[in-house]
Design a protein around this ligand. Structure first.
Ligand code: 3PG
Length: 399
């Protein structure tokens, strides 16, 4: 981005790919973290006199316009934060987008409608994606491309990957900052290195667990995925979330951790509820003795203390995934306890996007209590898994 700004962008079109995929409650943004994180790059370009055209996705529409996934609430929030009107095009590369971008003033910003309303964005066929990328490029004649949507760099999609071959391409400030942080979790990491993983499904984290077992000193497992670990150890987990098809893989992780001397820490107690509901009756039970008719919805008080203790001497911490159903007040205590332990810690603490980042903000914890709160859930996990990030490769190939 600084290179591009150095070249001068006054009066020049710049197409920016941002990740504005925010959680919504009908048309109310429940966590605007990604909009705020996207702002600095957009603002810098607009302040430098560029004609800024932002493209982004929201949710996973089926490749055609769907009012449920309009970026309208995002355009409104972006306008408020920028302090200037950000017009939303009624389409992506159609008449509305052409008219709005064509009439864009220097220093002005427009947002194109949800890029995933066009099936070519996520098409498996590279020719489709290249065609869309060319149409995006045609919207910004003589323009440049800034890739700033860190949360989506793990996707090989037209507005992330192919577009970098159509226009001179630059890494945005957010992408650079995020990569900088993630490097500190993989190269010359300060030890003890402790990772806390939670969230519902162990199947979402298989690759990252396999890779982390070769890197970390301690791995703390909470959230819905912990029950598959407990079951793999031979305990009954009642009605708790269980991925029976992952048991063999998880048993392999337990053995691998032991072999490598990685301390793998599981819950010792849980809040066992009568059902999945905010007001479900619940009690604290040992994690090894969850009654058959109950399901664990949060880690218990003893586990919270145990995890806080395991975090106390850490020099580096990465946390991804809530410890329980934090959206329900009664089951948010475990997630809050981990977040508070990180806030107290002097370690280099990184919150890895998605639900855990939303939890930090929803629970009212100070964002500056963490070294970094990533905007990328899947992207940061794939980086830590050692996978290639197509959106980053596309930029590297250009340079
Ligand atoms: C995310 O929410 O992690 C990013 O915006 C990517 O969204 P996706 O998983 O739908 O590609």
């Amino acid at each position: 981005l600084d290179d591009l700004l150095g070249e001068g962008v006054q009066g020049r079109y710049v197409l920016v790919r941002s990740d504005l995929n925010v959680p919504l409650d009908s048309d109310r943004i429940t966590d605007d973290g990604r909009v705020r994180a996207a702002l600095p790059t957009i603002k810098k370009l607009a302040d430098a006199g560029a004609k800024v055209v932002v493209t982004a996705h929201l949710g996973r529409p089926k490749g055609e316009p769907d009012p449920k996934y309009t970026l309208a609430p995002v355009a409104k929030r972006l306008s408020e934060l920028l302090g200037a009107e950000v017009a939303l095009a009624g389409d992506l590369v159609g008449e509305s987008a052409k008219a709005l971008t064509g009439g864009l003033a220097d220093g002005g910003v427009v947002l194109l409608e949800n890029v995933r309303f066009d099936a070519r964005e996520t098409s498996k066929d590279a020719a489709d994606r290249s065609e869309l990328a060319a149409e995006l490029g045609a919207l910004v004649p003589g323009g440049a491309f800034v890739s700033d949507g860190f949360g989506v760099v793990h996707r090989k999609q037209a507005s992330v990957y192919e577009v970098a071959s159509v226009l001179p391409a630059y890494a945005g400030g957010l992408v650079l900052a995020e990569l900088d942080v993630l490097k500190k979790l993989t190269d010359d990491v300060r030890r003890p290195y402790v990772v806390v993983l939670g969230g519902a499904k162990v199947s979402d984290k298989l690759g990252v667990i396999a890779n982390l077992l070769t890197k970390v000193d301690r791995l703390l497992i909470g959230g819905g995925m912990a029950y598959t670990f407990l079951k793999a150890q031979g305990h009954e987990v009642g009605n708790s979330l269980l991925q029976a098809d992952q048991l063999d893989q998880v048993k392999g992780f337990l053995a691998e951790a032991e072999k490598r001397g990685v301390e793998l820490v599981l819950p010792v107690d849980v809040l066992a509820a009568t059902g999945f509901a905010a007001d479900a009756e619940h009690e604290v039970v040992a994690a090894t003795a969850i009654p058959a008719d109950r399901e664990g919805l949060d880690i218990g008080p003893e586990t919270r203390e145990l995890f806080a203790g395991k975090l106390a001497d850490a020099a580096t911490v990465f946390w991804n995934g809530p410890m329980g159903v934090f959206e329900f007040e009664a089951f948010s205590g475990g997630t809050r306890a981990v977040a508070e332990a990180l806030v107290k810690s002097d370690a280099f603490t990184v919150v890895g996007g998605g639900d855990s980042a939303a939890a930090v903000r929803q629970l009212g914890l100070p964002e500056d209590g963490f070294s970094h709160i990533s905007t990328g859930g899947g992207a940061s996990l794939e980086y830590l898994e050692g996978k290639e990030l197509p959106g980053v490769t596309a930029l590297e190939e250009k340079n």
